[in-house]
Design a protein around this ligand. Structure first.
Ligand code: PHE
Length: 459
């Protein structure tokens, strides 16, 4: 791809938009958005509880049948319009679709507010591993980390870092960060997975993680969780991929990128499981695994690292650095959705937009930092319900509504091999995604309602 910064917006009066400098810049930034906290802890527990190897197969099928087509929906709309979500939906759908763009912005805002809190815990663990080591009583220490002023301080510190990168711009900030950070993260995770293989007692960990349990798959909650996790992990349903694609030149082959991004995301999630479970089982801490709460990984892993002595400290440092890296590249994309919307809608400069919305998100996040139940509530609403709703709307929009021919848009820049399957992809977008995601939405509504009631003490 030719590096450029002045696209010719096909005769429209839009101002020139900054573009990615290189193809890998875009791919790694999108992989960076996808790979994050979701891959490294949420995924492992869902997989282990949802049927192990059987779940992995189901998850791969969901990524191929739902994830990739949905990602293509977002990528086409972004590339076509060169606009952030609100403007893009307005251009291709009319004013009636602006609310969906607003939902995307709200979702990005809310997810980042608590994501940054968890990322703050991660940075704190990394900093401690580098300086004083992991605390002997992991459970009690997590209690200190995830509460009060220190949780707030690390959350705000993480927000400052995120703002600093987004403020600088697409090529110099986001792309440059991704080019350095993503390969490092992958090397660390792969290295750790190889190391974990040689741990004594790791076999039991693999057995727990990968033992196929087909019975679990009959449970609808597993299907719903697999879908929700696929959306969250691939950063779909809130316009992140749409926004990143709006910085692509019009002739990019989106299909190849969608496949690369999705499988890189799956690969990191899978590899992270190959680190987490052998470590926990080798140290006999499996009891903590069955609790898939927000904090489980943040207690059992440091507990394992502390028992491993000096080696554990180095391994633990690497693990939390990788987790922190994943978190920052995801946070960048969340902030970018909100920031680019401010830039496009109100004509605010990038710097001021990033700082302004970043501060607001930081303030809202304080509530999650001080109360992990509140964090869980926002996660259930924005990180689950809103993504599913957004994904459903996006599939309907591209399949049935938008004022552009989806088949032609998908074919633009596509290689010959992919052109052949475009009718299939379009069929999936029109007829398979809407009903399947609608079913998931129904369950997700139920689940969020339970969370809301529980939060307010209504049972
Ligand atoms: N995909 C990210 C993760 O797995 C989270 C995320 C969701 C980022 C939605 C952007 C948009 O951690």
């Amino acid at each position: 791809m030719t590096p450029s910064s002045t696209p010719s917006p096909e005769g429209s009066a839009k101002p020139a938009r900054e573009l990615w400098g290189t193809r890998w810049g875009f791919v790694l930034a999108a992989v960076g958005s996808a790979v994050g906290l979701g891959n490294m802890w949420r995924f492992s527990y869902i997989a282990a509880e949802g049927g192990g190897a059987a779940f992995l197969l189901l998850y791969i099928v969901m990524i191929a049948l739902l994830g990739i087509p949905l990602m293509l929906c977002e990528l086409t709309v972004g590339r076509k319009t060169h606009l952030s979500p609100i403007g893009a939906l307005r251009e291709l759908g009319g004013k009636g679709w602006v609310p969906l763009g607003l939902l995307f912005v709200l979702t990005g805002f809310l997810i980042l507010s608590y994501y940054s809190v968890i990322a703050g815990w991660t940075l704190r663990y990394a900093a401690e591993a580098a300086t004083v080591g992991f605390a002997p009583d992991a459970g009690a220490h997590f209690g200190e980390i995830a509460a009060g002023g220190s949780a707030v301080a690390w959350h705000l510190g993480f927000m400052v870092l995120t703002i600093a990168i987004v403020m600088v711009g697409v090529q110099k900030g986001i792309e440059r960060a991704a080019l350095v950070l993503m390969p490092s993260l992958m090397l660390i995770i792969l290295g750790l997975a190889v190391w974990a293989f040689f741990l004594e007692g790791s076999a039991e960990g693999y057995a727990f993680y990968l033992m196929p349990d087909v019975g679990e798959l009959m449970d609808t909650t597993v299907l719903v969780q697999a879908t929700g996790q696929a959306l969250f992990s691939l950063s779909l349903g809130m316009g992140a991929m749409l926004t990143f694609a709006s910085y692509l030149s019009r002739d990019t082959d989106l299909n190849q990128e969608a496949v690369t991004i999705s499988f890189a995301d799956f690969g990191v999630a899978f590899a992270a499981g190959l680190v987490v479970f052998p470590v926990i089982f080798a140290l006999g801490l499996q009891d903590s695994v069955t609790e898939s709460t927000v904090g489980a990984l943040f207690i059992s892993l440091p507990g394992a690292f502390v028992e491993m002595g000096a080696a554990g400290r180095i391994i633990g440092l690497l693990f939390f650095v990788a987790l922190g890296v994943g978190a920052i590249t995801s946070a960048i994309s969340l902030l970018e959705v909100v920031t680019s919307s401010m830039i496009d809608e109100f004509g605010i400069g990038r710097r001021n937009a990033a700082i302004g919305v970043g501060i607001l998100i930081g303030i809202v996040g304080i509530f999650s930092a001080l109360n992990t139940d509140f964090l869980g509530l926002v996660d259930a609403i924005a990180g689950d319900l809103f993504l599913v709703l957004g994904g459903l709307a996006m599939a309907i929009f591209v399949g049935w509504i938008m004022k552009a021919d989806p088949a032609q848009e998908l074919a633009r820049g596509a290689g010959e091999g992919f052109k052949v399957i475009i009718p299939t992809v379009l069929f999936l977008i029109r007829f398979v995604l809407p009903p399947v995601i609608a079913i998931v939405l129904f369950f997700s509504l139920q689940n969020s309602w339970i969370e809301v009631r529980a939060f307010f003490g209504l049972g």
